[in-house]
Design a protein around this ligand. Sequence first.
Ligand code: IPM
Ligand code: MG
Length: 356
Amino acid sequence: MTKKLLLLPGDGIGPEVLGQVERLLAHLTSYQGLDLTIETALFGGASIDACGQPITDAVVAQAKASDAVLLGAVGGPQWVDVARDLRPEMGLLRLRKEMDVFANLRPAICFESLADASGLKRHLVAGLDIVFVRELTGGVYFGTPRGIETLSDGSRRGFDNQVYTSHEIRRVAKVAFELARQRANKVTSLEKSNVMESGLLWRQEVTALHAEHYSDVTLEHMYADNAAMQMVRAPQQFDVLLTDNLFGDVLSDLAAACTGSIGLLPSAALGNPGTPGLYEPIHGSAPDIAGTGKANPIAAILSLEMALRWSLDELKLADRVFEAVKSALNQGARTADLGGDLSTEAMGDAILHALG
Ligand code: IPM
Ligand code: MG
């Protein structure tokens, strides 16, 4: 059956980078046998402007009825003053929650040809290939009660709630263990079980699941603060990093910076087997360069690659797209973030060319 892909270009550089994804899709359809129905919908600030909310019920329904959803970027200075629960970011959290995509795969790969773009020394990052599995629909970003209250003495108190159930921990840990088996077979699970109860539960549940079903996988536990240090000291020691929502948000940005440019890295958010995945470049909307044609489309193109691999049953095409990106980079194609002067479109050309 023909699969369905929903594109949500969103804000800032989102529409520009997804423009290159659309060119690539047209090429794969015309010359490489891809059979896909493609729809496009409003999301984020663009949806606030048109519909008064960052995502409409209709678009949520459309996303759930697709096989994969590919997002550009969300947010920008135009929308910082809108009501808090209507902000573009809230549209993203709602979409993740409603699609129930609880496992966020964030690879941090350092292409050999780009090892000098990293702030870390070449020998620390060349060939780096690690992946975060970040819990995405629970933890402190969703826990209740939360709020800001005024106390009797007039001072204020802000609070959020870090909550995890054993079910939430086990289902995301399972994804990490399964993924490790296809890679270097090692999972490093991060938490702060020394000071947090939810962290202790995290460690206990991951340990138990490992003993029950995944004892063939090497499991290591590490405090999240130590992991931050290890990430800049010796990132090659990692294979799969399993984290909660908050630590994964912070540490995956750190890992991205270690690879050289955040303009390169894709992500996949997955739910239960058979449900649609949500794919997004991990860079933001980059309002400072939006509209200038400078954005690097590679993170978006590799997000399509992940969608082909994880949701659209097109493993061969996914491999080809990955190789085309690698080969364009090997041949010296560089956008501004990589120290070059190629435009978004010219980088798209280089990748299309490499695809043959
Ligand atoms: C990310 C982003 C989002 C998050 C924001 C935009 C809601 O930082 O995907 O890492 O916090 O998860
Ligand atoms: Mg983040």
